[in-house]
Design a binder for this molecule. Structure first.
Ligand code: UD1
Length: 426
């Protein structure tokens, strides 16, 4: 198993290119199931998660041409050879569950394992299932699998989500493109990745309006065609690098950044005393912190356009170095503070009380061996390690590889000292 050895204390200076968004890429890949025509996705991030989904799609019969290291992925679901998504392939990554609706829409039936994913709370799929049922799918849960059929085809429906869910909104939107009649999604999630998916589906011939707002209207069509679509840049990766620069100090410019999607984070960084120069037109975000200590700022995670839960762990790492006390509230997931005890091993002063973490800033963190527990938590340890005194070792970094492309290469190009070693090398 690989681990990262991080020598802390160096400032970060330079430019970092932002990769395509993992969370968008995963749903865009699933869209290929809705057509027998080829789909080409550019700006694809090479990640464990996207490669993993490609394997699941191959199991279903999709021809995937995506040479290692390349950012263009060709998908062709001309003929599906299976409508079964097995446990082993779905449990590792929750987004795989989104094949269910598209398989029903395309083939009339499907059997898909219930998902696993990051260990950050219960994460049920009830909203996904309610939406599919509203569209006329007949669902049974048996032995950990959802067995679904729509004998009379899928029909448009009026769906009012009990809470905004990114996954359920995308799942319902994908499925409704081929349902008969009009589907309206209310209290839909508004994350930018949903807009990216809608743009791609519309370029395939779908009729979707309102994506990016809480009311989405989808007029079903008979068939969808092929397309070429560029995956939007990753706002979570960009936000992570911004916080790494703020924690380590220095002057970093992010290139190809989804600036408009990062408003909530930029506001919090500015409050903390970081200089943030956002140029929406150029797609650049410049982060500067020289000398002065960070100020403590409280934050509460919210659905978009609020502060993203996927940046909460990174922000906690940053606040552990700030002057004063900050309260970090997690409102999206109930068990997303697993990084807190690990950050404490580096000298952070954090007390978790239910959905709140009280972070008393310390002037300096010190290196220690730590353990990655989930995707975003692991990168918060990297951020803390960059600012800590001494050599921090982050274990179990397979979590990191699920969602960050060439992380150490990008940071090292700006002056960080991060080395990947396998256990056998120690
Ligand atoms: C997506 C992102 C993830 C991000 C999250 C919130 C992907 C691949 N992942 O996850 O990185 O942290 O959005 O921005 O895009 N819920 C239910 N029932 C459901 C579905 C969700 O109760 O059927 C709950 C969840 O447990 C959670 C909340 O709704 O408490 C939000 O989850 P959701 O927006 O669905 O997150 P994901 O789509 O899983």
């Amino acid at each position: 198993m690989d681990r990262l050895h991080i020598k802390g204390g160096a400032q970060l200076n330079g430019r970092i290119p932002v990769s395509g968004a993992k969370n968008s890429a995963l749903k865009l890949m699933v869209a290929c199931l809705l057509t027998d025509q080829p789909i080409t996705l550019t700006n694809m991030p090479n990640l464990a998660d996207t490669r993993f989904l490609a394997q699941l799609l191959e199991t279903l019969g999709v021809e995937v041409y995506w040479p290692k290291g390349e950012s263009t992925c060709h998908l062709n679901a001309a003929e599906l050879k299976s409508t079964i998504a097995p446990y082993d392939q779905v449990r590792k990554m929750r987004a795989s569950f989104n094949v269910l609706g598209p398989l029903i829409a395309r083939s009339g039936h499907a059997t898909v394992s219930l998902p696993g994913g990051c260990a950050i709370g219960a994460r049920p799929v009830d909203l996904h299932l309610q939406a599919l049922e509203a569209m006329g799918a007949d669902l049974r849960v048996e032995q950990g699998y959802v067995k679904a059929a729509a004998i009379h085809g899928l029909k448009g429906a009026h769906i009012n989500f009990a809470m905004p869910s990114v996954g359920a909104t995308e799942h319902a939107m994908l499925t409704a493109t081929l349902a008969q009649g009009v589907t309206v999604l209310e209290n839909a999630a508004r994350e930018p990745e949903i807009e990216d998916l809608a743009n791609c589906l519309n370029s395939m011939g779908a009729r979707i309006t309102g994506a990016g707002t809480s009311k989405i209207r989808i007029e079903g069509v008979e068939t969808l065609g092929g397309t070429t679509h560029a995956v939007m840049p990753d706002r979570i990766e960009a936000g992570t690098f911004a916080m790494a620069a703020a924690a380590a100090g220095g002057d970093v410019t992010l290139e190809g950044a989804p600036v408009a999607a990062l408003g909530a984070m930029n506001a919090k960084l500015r409050e903390a005393g970081v200089t943030v120069e956002a140029d929406e037109e150029a797609g650049t975000l410049r982060i500067v912190r020289n000398g002065s200590r960070l100020k403590s700022v409280s934050v509460s995670t919210q659905p978009h356009p609020g502060f993203p839960t996927d940046l909460q762990a990174q922000f906690m790492a940053l606040m552990s170095l700030a002057d004063g006390t900050s309260i970090i509230r997690e409102t999206i997931f109930e068990n997303r503070f697993m990084h807190a005890p690990e950050l404490s091993r580096l000298g952070a002063d954090i007390t978790v009380r239910g959905q709140e973490a009280v972070v008393k800033g310390v002037p300096q963190l010190t290196a220690a061996p730590v353990m990655a527990t989930d995707l975003r938590a692991s990168v918060s340890l990297v951020i803390a390690g960059l600012a800590a005194e001494g050599e921090t070792v982050v274990n179990r970094i397979y979590h990191l590889d699920r969602g960050f492309e060439r992380l150490e290469e990008k940071l090292n190009a700006c002056g960080a000292s991060i080395e990947r070693r396998s256990e056998d090398e120690d």
